[in-house]
Design a protein around this ligand. Sequence first.
Ligand code: MLT
Ligand code: ZN
Length: 464
Amino acid sequence: MSSCSEAVGHTTADELLAGLARIVGADHVLTDADRRASYETDWTGRFSGQARCVVRPADTAQVSGVVAACAAAGACLVPQGGNTGLVGAGVPRAGEVVVSVGRLDRLEPVDTTAAQVTAGAGVTLAALHAHAEAAGLAYGVDFAARDSATVGGSVATNAGGLHVVRHGDTRAQVLGVEAVLADGRVVRRLGGLPKDSTGYDLPGLLTGSEGTLAVVTSARLRLRPLSRHRVVALLGVESTGEALDVLAAIRGLPSLSAVEWFHDDGLRLVRQHSGLPAPLPGDHPTYVLVECAGPEPVTEALAAALDGLAAVGDVAVAEDRRGRSALWAYRERHTEAVADESAASNTGPPHKLDVAVPLTALGNFKVAVRRRCAEAGARVILFGHLAEGNLHVNVLGGNDELDHALLLLVAECGGSISAEHGVGIAKAAWLPLVRDAADRAAMLAIKQALDPQGLLNPGVLFAG
Ligand code: MLT
Ligand code: ZN
């Protein structure tokens, strides 16, 4: 793989900048440190690096021109969406060209017959939701960073979010993509045919490839029926076992759309940093947030499923939009509360390990994680998506050694070191924990075939 920062000499670098300016317009090639700054550091402040420049193409043809110009100059590039990623995959490391897809924000009219839409890589999830809803449909992936996170970034990471239990991850929504290959050529599969067995599933491959195989410029996405009825319940439970009892009792509900969880320490942080009141009359070690949604009223079926369950004592239920948002806030505000706390406690940016473990291993895993963190003198806040065994392990005052120990625990119980955030540069060194030599060789062969110069997002996914 090439060393990109060395590959472009000074004269060539100037030529590259001039060439990029001809493609996207000088206003959209940012070279001043001030204008580059917000693209160079990630949301957590943990990952940061200098970009050769930030380029903001307006359409696919311009992305193609930019990538071709970088390829001709041997310059590495880092694709960037809303810069809400958490594994360092969207910010520069060593003088790469950052290709911001924010201006590719075109939303085509919703095809209500097929229940599909084509969205540019720079469309935010919030804009996509609003667009689908205006046509009487819904997009199946949602998460707290919806106002900034983009279609391109969520495709690149195969984002999961809050509704995987109902609709699956981003890959399950992607019917097609348009993407620019490492040499500037454009692959366009936006036909949206639900049945198509013609060769390799390139859209499936590019989804979750974290910008290492191509720059996604657009996606054809599956839409879902819009739910007119919705209920959110927040339950206080006494243990992971009880949380899993709740999950088992409601798993079969066709209306089930989210099963999230957090703990007393996370709730304390959220309340401390947001000023929110206590959500329930009593305090509990663990909280489960359940959402059901459907075309018909859903509350009765949820109540019936929970009826008689020993685990369910203290519950808050909301059907109206305001009440539901108020309950969701206790879960969704964990990320910002952890960030605020790390700043206030001077422990440096949190180490955020997004992992998944089999549900049968969840209880023991949680205990082991807490023990390891306590032994290392670090604080850990655990929250996430219970239905998928997806825990966000947020470590305050941690280090790489502790990350290693925690990811080893994940591998030992048959888990994944990245459930929904991607591998990025944060976890590339630990890929061998969960992908054996043959598996890594197959992935590397794909990378080398599609990006022989190693120009696309170097350092991401594959360490060294
Ligand atoms: C979440 O589930 O809230 C997101 O994945 C963000 C995070 O892990 O902090
Ligand atoms: Zn999450």
